[in-house]
Design a protein around this ligand. Structure first.
Ligand SMILES: [Zn+2]
Length: 147
């Protein structure tokens, strides 16, 4: 490629992989101030690029991931207690239901109003606590996402 200036690719190759350049290209470069100026400019550019710090996230990724892991581990611990609660509810309802199966009709007709409201209030409190727990967890997750 004597006579014409070196292409962009040839100039970059001269900087990055000098032994791979053809003797004609090197001979042209030795006698051409224009191409030498281009090589110097490319050299500065590549030096600048290599000195750039590695890009980093604007937030702490490891903290978020560790938080998620801790939370999922917490959830794994929480699961047996949930199953225990379900088993307890089943036991508490199934055993009396089986014991009083013959008088079940009278249980629901002769039940005192106070006792019925007590059961309804307990169920209401339980549902309310579950809903509050759910809202709290939802807010925690939203806070983690927005952090
Ligand atoms: Zn040239």
């Amino acid at each position: 490629m004597s006579g014409a200036h070196l292409s962009e690719e040839e100039l970059q190759q001269y900087i990055l992989d000098r032994p791979a350049c053809t003797p004609e290209d090197i001979a042209h470069l030795d006698g051409c101030p224009d191409c030498q100026a281009q090589v110097a400019a490319y050299g500065l550019l590549m030096e600048g690029l290599s000195q750039q710090p590695a890009p980093v996230f604007g937030f702490d990724v490891s903290a978020i991931v560790m938080g998620q892991l801790a939370e999922s581990a917490e959830r794994r611990v929480e699961r047996p207690s949930w199953w225990a609660t379900a088993a307890l509810i089943l036991l508490v309802t199934a055993v009396p239901a089986w014991l009083f199966r013959k008088s079940a009709y009278y249980v629901f007709t002769d039940i005192s109003a106070v006792f019925l409201y007590l059961i309804l209030a307990a169920a209401g409190v339980f549902v309310l606590l579950r809903v509050l727990h759910l809202i709290k967890r939802y807010q925690q997750i939203i806070n983690i996402i927005n952090k």
